[in-house]
Each structure stands twice: as structure tokens, then as C-alpha cells.
Design a protein around this ligand. Structure first.
Ligand code: HSC
Length: 693
């Protein structure tokens, strides 16, 4: 079967693209399109051509897998030039998602017709690229500079109706797309409509400083990313240069970006997000349990956020807590969250009402007897969890999945409180649960395969990026983070201050540094954890009691107005000389001579300690693949996408360099904390990376 076929219906040529799953523009598709247009031009009976796609979607863009390889002809920019130059009208018939190169093809056609459910966009920026087949030159010409800046720098698609309002789409198809497109083409021919070439239109700025103003407006949100600003540069060319010159500029920037490290990392992220859905050893056709209703235990911040996730996906929830006042408070918070979204214009009131109606509060375990999945989000203590699971075991129907939202505790031990450990699993949501995309699903030793497959599927259904991991203290995310926290604590003792450490981590691209983050989460959380685990800490960790000293003063972070930093009414942080003195004094008391610590040392110690732990996690099989660790960090901890995740980043640094640094810090800090994982050592010596083992 050829990916592209040419056929005729009356005087209309149909170029049909069929390259599942998303009709990506592989070399065969590009060549097929070129051949189709040539045939249509050569055939004297053909008076217009329609480009139509099979499957769920119009062309969803270039084939991203080809970007790492040498380009094969015909190049897409040449194909789109040829389409626009066709002496016969070209009509693009859009359904599904016309994205990237797909939209660029459509924009080089003379007309566009779309079904109402279609979406169009230029998402290249999310891959660290810009539209490379004329998107930056044609979109501002047809939709205006403002729309082009918004769409190209955000990468977010717009609906067919919005596209029509902006002039991108000429007509919304009623009924069957093929019939409507053929009808449209016949009208174009009958009315002898002139060919509308987008490149002949003129793009104009709305104000002399539009590009500078726009760059400023996205500076904070796009911090660290190169591409959005390169997109602006290319769009500017559509206003300032003739079309062909603008195309050359776009092509040049595209090539620079394609070869750059940020795009490599962002393309990795695209495939990583999809790869983690496939669990090694679990057949793709594993049966899935039907999840029609869900029970959630605990109406606190976490339970409420989880309830929202399910309600958003249209799944009814029974929300259980011990006291009416807890339920009232929990539902009040949920309502407030939704109301804020409504107030911002991002949710319709009736949709909010419908979602609220899906959440039923209850005080009785009996109400959970028919649910298909229960997620427990009660206090983080083993005895309480076991008690809850014992009760669930008694009331829940056979086959119900019993999940814990624990962020540290042993799922296997929790499962012993039931007679059905095969139905027990971890579903670790991240706070705020209704916002954060990561879902760390934790398989216990006895968790059944269909339970594993179901929690992955259900996670996707509620809009999360689910990753499957194994049981250990803190699982993948918090276990690695724990090592960073400890190392930063040592850095404070040795000479660094919170603001310096935070700046280094922030500048690397994390949304916040560790101390700003702890202040936001509440220092009492970490303090409670520290006290619970105090006996398991090393002598140096026990003696490193800066956190205890700060908490003993009632400084719990943002919520009390001070923690590592002090905060004004608007929660703006400033370094607190009092805390800095406290830290300096602490070093003196511990007999540690403070020294100047370079930013480089901070970054290495904060990241390499996590990477080394990641390697141990791989050795132990807690994470099956490096990609699972990367996705946990990208979607749960704000690891910058342009670095690709900790394990991908490690490969870009080079494992040998990291190994040598680990040995250096072993001498400095001690083997107790810095010993290379055997896996990392082996790969470093073999000159390999985590992704080339
Ligand atoms: C681009 O178009 C650049 C242009 O400007 C051209 C530049 C030319 C420059 C030339 C210079 C000389 N490629 O997401 P799903 C796979 S950049 C390859 O689960 P959904 C995906 O990996 C591109 N593969 O489906 C998965 O494979 P698996 C701009 C692609 O229904 C399978 O398809 N376009 C692919 O949830 C299903 O994907 C984009 O960035 C692609 N383009 O969502 C769009 N797209 O089964 C990216 C998907 O083996 N794609 N795959 O895991 C998407 O956003 C989503 O896939 C859709 C469908 C919304 C299309």
C-alpha cells in the first residue's frame, strides 16, 4: 500500500494520504505528495485538487524520528513551494489535527476546508524547533502577526472555528468531509476563483515595538528556552523581508535549532512521554479492568485534588472522610478551585456544576462497596494506612483496585492488611494533584498484571503521564530528591547559603531552588519526616540540624511568613540575614571551616548525587528504564525539558565526567555519601551512556 494515492472524481483530483497513525510527513509521504501534485497538474481533465487524509487525522506534522538523521529529498519546503505554485487550485481538507508540517501544507494550498472538530497548530516549539516549511512566513500573512506570535511561540492548537475567525480556514464542512471538500473544489472551479497564494499577502505589525513587547511578555514563562525567541525572530522576517528571503531565514534558524542540544532534549521528551506508557514485560493486550466509579479516602488537599482529576474526566467519585466538617472543608476547596477557573474564563459555569455533581461526599465506608477503584489519601503513617486497607478489604467488591497515594511507604506492607494483595497498588499523585501531570504508579510484589495495566490506562484517561515504578523508600522521585536535599544541607554547612543554592538550581531551569520549594511546601512537612527517620540518619545528617533550628522558632515557610527566607504580604521572598547568621554559626559550632563554594560545585553535587541514585534505582529494577526516571523528573519535579531529564542530561554531560566528579566528592564528603553505583561505573568505563547501554 502506498502512503499517498492519486485518484479522480469527475474533474477533481484527490491526493489521499494514508500513513498511520498520524499521517506524519515521512520521506515516502513527501515524495507521494509531490508525485500526486505532478499528476494532477499533468492530467488535463483535472481542474482542482483536494488533499485528504485517512484515519483519525490530517497530517500531524513532519516525521519527528527523521530529525536526527540526514534529510532525504524531497524537502518539505520544496513540496510546499510546489503546491502553492500549482496552476490548478489546491484545497486542503482538514480533520483531526493539522499540525506543524501538516498545517504548513494546508497553508500552501489555495483554500482550506475543515470539519468543526478539527484543530490546527504549529507545535514545533515544543520540540525545540520552529516551523520549517514556511509556517513562520505564511501564518502571520494570513492570520496576522499577533495570532502568529501566540500560536507559534506557545505551540498550542486552536479550534477550526477559531481558525476560521482568523482567516486560516475558509469554510467549515457540514457533514462528510470528502463530499464537502469535493463540493467546495467544484465551486472554486465553477466560480473561476483566483488562486489565493498566502505568500502574496502582506504581514503588518500592530505597533512599532510589537516584537520586543511580545518577547518581554513571554520572557518569564519561557525562561531558559531558546526556541520561542528564535520563533519571534523568524516571524519578524515575515514583516521585514520579502517572502523568499524570509523563507531562507526560517530555514537557517530551523537548521541551527535542529542541531542544537535543546531540540535534541525536547524531542527526547516527546518520545519519552509515550514510551513510559509501554511497560516492559506487560503485553500490550493485557486486559483492563473497567473503572466506572472511584472512591477516594481523605478530603484533604490531596484527596480533593485527586477527586477533581476524576470528575474532570467525567468519572463519578465518592469522597469519604471521617467527619462532616472535613468533607465540608474539602468540598469547599474543590469548589473554590473550580470557581477560580470559571472566573478566569477557562471553564463554563455549567461544566463546573456538572463536575461538582460527580463528587458525592460520604462518611460511610459502605458507600464504597460498589466502586471499581479506591484511592486512599489519608495521613502518611503505616498503622493508619493498614487500618484503612483492612476496612477496604472488607467492604469493597471483589476485583476492585485498592490504591494508596502514599509518597514513601511500602506498598507490599500495606497490602498485607488485605486478603487480596494482587489488587493493591500505589498511585502517587503530586501536589497540586489536579494540576501536576505526573502519576507515579507503584507495583507491589504481588500486584496483578491487569491492575498494573489498568492504573496506567486510567492515569492517561484523567490526563496524567503515568510512570510505573517499584517499591522502595520514596519510590523514584522522592528517593532521588532526598539525596539532593541531604547534599544541599551539607553545602550549607560547608559555606553556601540558601539563596546561592537556589539561584544555581533555578538558573539550571528548575522552577525553584530547594529552599524556596521547602518554604512553599511547609518546612514542618520535612521536619516531621526527619524526626520520623532520625534513627536511620548518619551522624553527620543528625548533626546537620539547621532545619530543626528554623522550625523550632515556628518558622514553617511561606505560611508563617518566614522559613529559610522571609516573606512580605504578597509572599515575595527575600534572604534573611538572621538565617544566614544562624547557618554560619552552625558551621562554627560543628567545627567546619566555611569556604567559598562555586556555583559549579553546587550544580554538580545537587545533580550528580541524584543521577548516581538514579543509576542505583535502575540496577535495582525499581525503574525499568532510564526513560521512566526522566519522565518522573520532567513531569513531577519541573526538570527543564530542554535538558531532557536527569538521565538524558547525564548522557549529554558524559558518564565518565560524572564518574570522575563522584570520586572527587567521595574524597571531599566521604564514601558514605559518594560512591559510584556499579552501573554508572561500568558504563563510564565502557564509554557508554544510560541510553546506550
Ligand atoms: C514539524 O512538523 C516540522 C515542520 O515544520 C516541518 C519542517 C521541515 C523542515 C525541513 C528542513 C529541510 N512523527 O501522541 P500519540 C507517533 S515537527 C513521528 O500517542 P494521540 C507517536 O510517537 C512536528 N511519530 O497519539 C506514537 O507512536 P507510538 C510537528 C509521531 O492520538 C503514535 O504516533 N507535529 C508523530 O494521543 C501516536 O501518537 C507535532 O509535534 C510525528 N510527528 O495524539 C505533532 N506524532 O504509538 C506531534 C505522533 O509508537 N504529535 N507520532 O508510541 C502529537 O501531538 C500527537 O501525536 C497527536 C495525536 C495530537 C497528533
Amino acid at each position: 500500500m502506498s502512503e499517498v494515492t492519486f485518484s479522480k472524481e469527475g474533474n477533481i483530483g484527490i491526493i489521499f494520504v494514508n500513513n498511520p497513525p498520524v499521517n506524519a510527513l515521512s520521506q515516502a509521504v513527501r515524495a507521494g505528495l509531490q508525485f500526486g501534485v505532478e499528476q494532477g497538474i499533468a492530467d488535463k481533465d483535472v481542474e482542482a485538487m483536494v488533499i485528504l487524509c485517512g484515519g483519525n487525522t490530517f497530517i500531524a506534522g513532519a516525521d519527528i524520528r527523521e530529525f536526527g538523521k540526514p534529510g532525504l529529498p524531497p524537502a518539505l519546503p520544496d513540496v510546499v513551494y510546489m503546491m502553492e505554485d500549482s496552476p490548478k487550485p489546491m484545497i486542503a481538507a482538514l480533520h483531526g489535527t493539522a499540525l506543524g508540517g501538516g498545517l504548513e501544507i494546508a497553508l500552501s494550498c489555495h483554500f482550506r476546508i475543515a470539519v468543526l472538530t478539527a484543530k490546527v497548530g504549529l507545535p514545533e516549539v515544543k520540540l525545540g524547533l520552529l516551523p520549517g516549511a514556511g509556517g513562520t512566513q505564511r501564518l502571520p500573512r494570513i492570520a496576522g502577526v499577533k495570532a502568529a506570535l501566540d500560536m507559534i511561540t506557545s505551540g498550542d492548537p486552536i479550534t477550526a472555528q477559531e481558525a476560521k475567525d482568523r482567516g486560516i480556514v475558509d469554510e467549515i464542512a457540514e457533514g462528510d468531509l470528502k463530499t464537502a471538500a469535493l463540493d467546495f473544489a467544484k465551486r472554486v472551479v465553477a466560480e473561476k476563483r483566483p488562486l489565493r497564494k498566502v505568500r502574496e499577502m502582506v504581514a503588518k505589525v500592530d505597533s512599532p515595538t510589537q516584537f520586543e513587547d511580545f518577547a518581554k511578555s513571554i520572557a518569564r514563562k519561557k525562561r531558559g528556552f531558546i526556541t520561542p525567541f528564535k520563533c519571534i525572530e523568524a516571524i519578524r522576517a515575515s514583516v521585514e523581508l520579502p517572502f523568499d528571503e524570509g523563507m531562507k531565514k526560517e530555514r537557517k534558524i530551523f537548521e541551527e535549532l535542529r542541531q542544537g542540544t535543546q531540540s535534541g532534549a525536547q524531542r527526547h521528551v516527546f518520545f519519552a512521554e509515550r514510551e513510559v506508557a509501554k511497560i516492559p514485560g506487560l503485553p500490550a493486550d493485557t486486559t483492563i479492568r473497567d473503572i466506572k466509579t472511584v472512591g477516594i479516602l481523605g478530603a484533604g488537599t490531596m484527596g480533593g485534588g485527586i477527586a477533581m482529576c476524576f470528575a474532570n474526566a467525567g468519572i463519578p467519585v465518592k469522597l469519604l472522610d471521617m467527619k462532616q466538617e472535613f468533607l465540608d472543608r474539602g468540598l469547599g476547596v474543590i469548589k473554590k478551585n473550580y470557581s477560580n477557573t470559571v472566573a478566569k474564563g477557562n471553564l463554563k459555569q455549567e461544566v463546573m456544576d456538572q463536575r461538582m455533581s460527580l463528587i458525592t461526599p460520604t462518611l460511610s465506608y459502605d458507600d464504597l462497596k460498589d466502586v471499581d477503584l479506591v484511592i486512599e489519601a489519608v495521613f502518611e503513617e503505616m498503622a493508619i494506612k493498614k487500618d484503612v486497607f483492612g476496612k477496604l478489604d472488607q467492604v469493597c467488591k471483589p476485583g476492585a483496585i485498592l490504591a494508596s497515594n502514599t509518597s514513601y511507604l511500602n506498598i507490599d506492607e500495606i497490602a498485607t492488611a488485605t486478603k487480596r494483595p494482587e489488587d493493591v497498588v500505589g498511585m502517587h499523585f503530586f501536589s497540586p494533584a489536579n494540576v501536576m501531570r505526573l502519576l507515579e504508579n507503584v507495583r507491589g510484589a504481588k500486584t496483578a498484571d491487569d491492575v498494573k495495566a489498568t492504573v496506567m490506562k486510567v492515569g492517561k484517561k484523567i490526563g496524567k503521564v503515568p510512570v510505573m515504578v517499584g517499591v522502595c523508600d520514596g519510590f523514584v522521585g522522592n528517593r532521588m530528591l532526598g539525596k539532593r536535599t541531604r547534599e544541599c544541607g551539607f553545602l550549607l554547612e560547608e559555606g553556601a547559603l540558601p539563596a546561592q543554592i537556589d539561584k544555581v538550581i533555578y538558573d539550571f531551569g528548575f522552577p525553584m531552588g530547594p529552599y524556596a520549594m521547602s518554604d512553599m511546601a511547609g518546612l514542618d512537612v520535612g521536619w516531621r519526616n526527619r524526626k520520623a527517620k532520625f534513627d536511620q540518619l548518619t551522624k553527620r545528617e543528625q548533626d546537620n540540624n539547621i532545619l530543626d533550628k528554623i522550625c523550632e522558632m515556628g518558622r514553617y515557610g511561606q505560611k508563617t511568613g518566614s522559613g529559610f527566607y522571609k516573606y512580605d504580604d504578597k509572599r515575595n521572598a527575600t534572604p534573611d540575614p538572621f538565617i544566614e547568621e544562624l547557618i554560619v554559626k552552625h558551621s562554627e559550632e560543628r567545627g567546619i571551616t566555611r569556604r567559598v563554594i562555586t556555583d559549579e560545585e553546587i550544580l554538580e553535587r545537587a545533580l550528580y548525587i541524584m543521577i548516581n541514585e538514579g543509576a542505583k534505582i535502575l540496577e535495582e529494577g525499581i525503574a525499568a528504564r532510564p526513560v521512566d526516571i526522566d519522565v518522573v523528573y520532567l513531569y513531577g519535579y519541573g526538570f527543564p525539558a530542554y535538558h531532557g531529564g536527569p538521565m538524558y542530561y547525564a548522557d549529554t554531560v558524559g558518564l565518565k565526567k560524572i564518574y570522575d566528579a563522584i570520586l572527587k566528592y567521595q574524597d571531599l564528603v566521604g564514601a558514605e555519601y559518594w560512591t559510584p553505583s556499579p552501573l554508572l561505573e561500568k558504563l563510564a568505563q565502557e564509554g557508554k551512556g544510560f541510553y546506550s547501554m
